[in-house]
Design a protein around this ligand. Structure first.
Ligand code: G4P
Length: 286
């Protein structure tokens, strides 16, 4: 497998910008991909967020395995972090997300109301690695009511705030973090989901990873989608299985094309709802 080259300069800049924005907001919405909630978190995220209240938002829940999404939401909650699953593309879970934001700020609201002062809107920002749905969520949240509330004093760079109802303001540009990992499997998951560029890894490595993963956890979906037999699955190595699929799908011996097709189908959710990050102790259903 090829070594992945990262760009420390870009990463340092992204991190600095995210840290600067932190001071402007009340709550950070840490957006992750529900199909790979842990792998799509930046490992430095806790350092960047510090003590700022945060909600882990598992987006693209429509593409993830629902039972495992429930597991991850509970897992974060047990660690004392509020978490919610949403589907930004189809506008699902956004009200729940807003309720969680209000819950996080309830002390502040009570205090202000006790002082007889109208609470100001809660300021939010979205933070996450590429492709987790940051822009989609901003667009959904703001909808047609896009309004800019102007710059805030004391801010060096002009920051634009988008109004969400009367209770919230959202920073119009999300904080972008780069994925960073040492575990090659995390790299494969990020590549399969589209979070890192295809050119960074060989397409057949990604396809072989998906095949092996489906064989282990989504056995039936694999049989159904690609019209292979149980005996093919049990007797062939993963490479031979990829070659068989290549032939069956009319690509001759061009397994790179088949790999591309498989990755595309995964990204388009044609292989079924699958979660690549698994709970630590799990029984294989293969
Ligand atoms: P980013 O800002 O974090 O980089 O992500 P962005 O919003 O651009 O979303 C990346 C892709 O994920 C987009 O698809 C977007 O439509 C899709 N997406 C975002 N949220 C969801 C979700 O909850 N469910 C599903 N199924 N997809 C979601 P794209 O193919 O890159 O573009 P397009 O198809 O929207 O044109």
């Amino acid at each position: 497998m090829r070594t992945i080259q990262w760009f420390p300069g870009h990463m340092a800049k992204a991190r600095r910008e995210a840290t600067e924005k932190m001071n402007l907001v009340d709550i950070v919405l840490e957006l992750v991909d529900a199909r790979l909630p842990e792998s799509s978190r930046n490992p430095m995220i806790n350092e960047i967020i510090g003590n700022k209240p945060r909600i882990i938002v598992l987006n693209k829940m429509d593409m993830a395995d629902p039972a495992i999404t429930d597991f991850w939401v509970k897992y974060y909650q047990e660690q004392g972090i509020k978490a919610v699953a949403i589907d930004a593309q189809h506008n699902k879970g956004l009200n729940k997300l807003q309720s969680l934001c209000r819950e996080l700020m309830s002390d502040y609201f009570e205090k202000r109301l006790a002082q007889g002062v109208k609470p100001r809107p809660i300021r939010l920002m979205i933070l996450g690695i590429p492709n987790v749905g940051k822009s989609t969520l901003i667009n959904r949240f703001v909808g047609k009511n896009q309004a800019i509330t102007g710059n805030k004093p004391g801010v060096t760079k002009a920051q634009r705030w988008l109004k969400i109802g009367k209770d919230f303001e959202l920073l119009d540009t999300p904080g972008i973090l780069w994925p960073k990992f040492e575990d090659p499997e995390v790299g494969l998951k990020l590549a399969a989901s589209g979070a890192i560029k295809d050119q960074l890894l060989a397409l057949d490595d990604i396809a072989l990873y998906l095949l092996g993963f489906m064989k282990r956890f989504y056995h039936q979906a694999l049989l159904k989608r690609y019209a292979i037999t149980e005996s093919d699955l049990q007797n062939l190595s993963l490479s031979d299985l990829l070659i068989l699929l290549t032939e069956k799908n009319g690509f001759g011996d061009d397994y790179t094309q088949m790999s591309q097709r498989m990755i595309y189908e995964y990204r388009e959710n044609n292989l079924g709802q699958m979660t690549l990050d698994r709970p630590i102790r799990e029984v294989t259903n293969a």
